[in-house]
Design a protein around this ligand. Structure first.
Ligand SMILES: Nc1ncnc2c1ncn2[C@@H]1O[C@H](COP(=O)(O)OP(=O)(O)O)[C@@H](O)[C@H]1O
Ligand SMILES: [Mg+2]
Length: 470
């Protein structure tokens, strides 16, 4: 995919545009008239961009559809007649990736062509379809906090122990619950989530335990509850802190006796269900306030896992951004790439809504800048940082950025390659050391380096080895 085709009725204008493209180092540029692009000596699947002028499109808007039919994978870029706006019908503009004014401006041209490249790269990946959809969302992150959580998941998955996951909203509590289930012997049985806070308390009992026909007004037929649905598997009781006291008693009984009855039935059923509960509330405080039962708390709190808020693991932010973009690409919802300064700004945000808020921001960027390159100043205002301000201290980890070579981009104002690479090296070494719990030989293994080479590098970067700490 390296060819570009320029379409206009005026051959003079075509060659003018071609000259500009060549001037900024693009090669393999073909020219064609309004209806003879099929005759151009280029195969449509080799095209990385089609540049078509506004006058050609206005003359016959159906040309764009025909063009898309001929080269469905190629991004179409409109060259407007002037610097102003082009007025085109909706079905035409939906087939156009971006437009640029004429005469061409260097900045616009390069960033638009970059956008086209990202578009092609993503399309290519979507077509390969080699990645099967993930059954559960993996727990991304390399921070100490997330590594600790991963170790806890490893420890508890094999058992049937009840797990209580605590942490602010959006930190990934459900991700953890799904991971535990997935790594447990129950993985081939259902994982059944229930948001206890979202269901009115009078309905919660029948939701959990099911009901018999006629058990209450409206119970026109018998129905299974979540406990039955989760038989053999895992029941995830989300927002358990929002459950009312009456239901808490009933839940406690199931946890103690492992039996329950459907509403309106006296037939006792046994439950072979693993319970994972989660809440963003402080349950100890709720006990003090009298809104949560202490005995239930102890039943649930067998194995607590605490999810750290995102602001305390800012070094995970670049990885999470990458993961979220991958997901959006996978779902064919588009893509973006972020410059380093954009990633840096996002790494400094406070994130009261945690990973969920981050995912929302990225989704918004994909909509606002489809396949575009997002710089710090393109971020919604509250995520921008003042480059002169005190917050401008850039921590090392922000240098990692999107490490997918196809997506990695040089920021508009250039990059100090040497510094970037040594920062990256330093970060990866620190990470390897952390993973290896300070054992240099193991860290060297992880980095495919000889031990002595790593020791040298540690000295060069002034990184302390665990065994040197006195
Ligand atoms: N460590 C993580 N890795 C990947 N995705 C995550 C991670 N943590 C959270 N997410 C994503 O963030 C969103 C919120 O996570 P969720 O588990 O629903 O949070 P909570 O239950 O704590 O409110 C989901 O889209 C989830 O996939
Ligand atoms: Mg949740």
């Amino acid at each position: 995919m390296d060819a570009i085709i320029v379409i206009d009725s005026d051959i003079q204008k075509c060659s003018c545009i071609k000259a500009v493209l060549e001037f900024v180092d693009y090669e393999n540029i073909h020219m064609a008239g309004p209806d003879d692009w099929q005759n151009a000596l280029v195969s449509p699947d080799k095209l990385k961009a089609v540049l078509i002028t506004e006058s050609v499109v206005k003359e016959a808007p159906q040309r764009v559809a025909a063009l898309k039919e001929w080269a469905p994978q190629a991004p179409v870029i409109l060259i407007r007649d002037t610097g102003g706006k082009a007025r085109l019908g909706k079905d035409v503009s939906s087939k156009i990736l971006a437009s640029i004014g004429y005469p061409l401006k260097y900045q616009d041209l390069t960033s638009t062509l970059q956008q086209a490249e990202v578009y092609c790269a993503t399309r290519g990946k979507a077509r390969e379809g080699s990645h099967s959809p993930e059954l559960f969302r993996s727990l991304v992150g390399n921070s100490r906090g997330i590594q600790q959580v991963r170790r806890m998941i490893d420890k508890v998955s094999d058992s049937d122990a009840t797990v209580l996951i605590l942490g602010e909203s959006g930190t990934g509590k459900e991700v953890v619950a799904r991971n535990i289930h997935y790594h447990s012997p129950r993985r081939n049985k259902p994982f059944v989530p229930l948001n206890c806070g979202a269901i009115p308390s009078e309905l919660l009992e029948s939701e959990l335990f099911g009901h018999e026909k006629g058990a209450f007004t409206g119970a026109i037929s018998a129905r299974q509850g979540r406990f039955e649905m989760a038989e053999g598997g895992t029941l995830f009781l989300d927002e358990i802190g929002d459950m009312d006291m009456q239901m808490q008693v009933k839940l406690l009984r199931v946890l103690q006796e492992r039996t329950f009855e459907r509403v309106g039935s006296n037939k006792t059923m046994t439950a072979n269900v693993r319970i994972i509960a989660a809440t963003h509330r402080n349950l100890e405080k709720a006990i003090e306030d009298g809104s949560f039962r202490e005995d239930l708390y102890y039943r649930l709190n067998v194995f607590p896992i605490e999810m750290p808020p995102l602001r305390e693991r800012a070094e995970d932010i670049p990885l999470l951004i990458q993961e979220i973009i991958k997901r959006l690409q996978h779902e064919n919802r588009g893509s973006v790439s972020l410059t380093q300064s954009a990633v840096m700004a996002l790494s400094q945000h406070h994130w009261p809504g945690n990973v969920r808020e981050l995912a929302n921001v990225i989704e918004r960027l994909v909509i606002m800048h489809p396949f575009g390159v997002v710089d710090m100043r393109d971020l919604p205002e509250k995520y921008q940082v003042d480059p002169g301000g005190e917050d401008a201290q850039v921590p090392d980890y922000t240098m990692i950025k999107i490490d997918d070579p196809e997506v990695a981009r040089i920021p508009r104002n250039g990059i100090d390659l040497k510094e970037h690479l040594s920062n990256l090296e330093c970060t990866l070494i620190k990470q390897a050391l952390e993973d290896a719990e300070g054992v240099v030989a193991h860290a060297a293994n992880r980095l495919h380096l000889r031990r002595t080479t790593l020791v040298e590098k540690l000295r060069k970067y002034g990184i302390q080895r665990a065994d040197e700490v006195t």
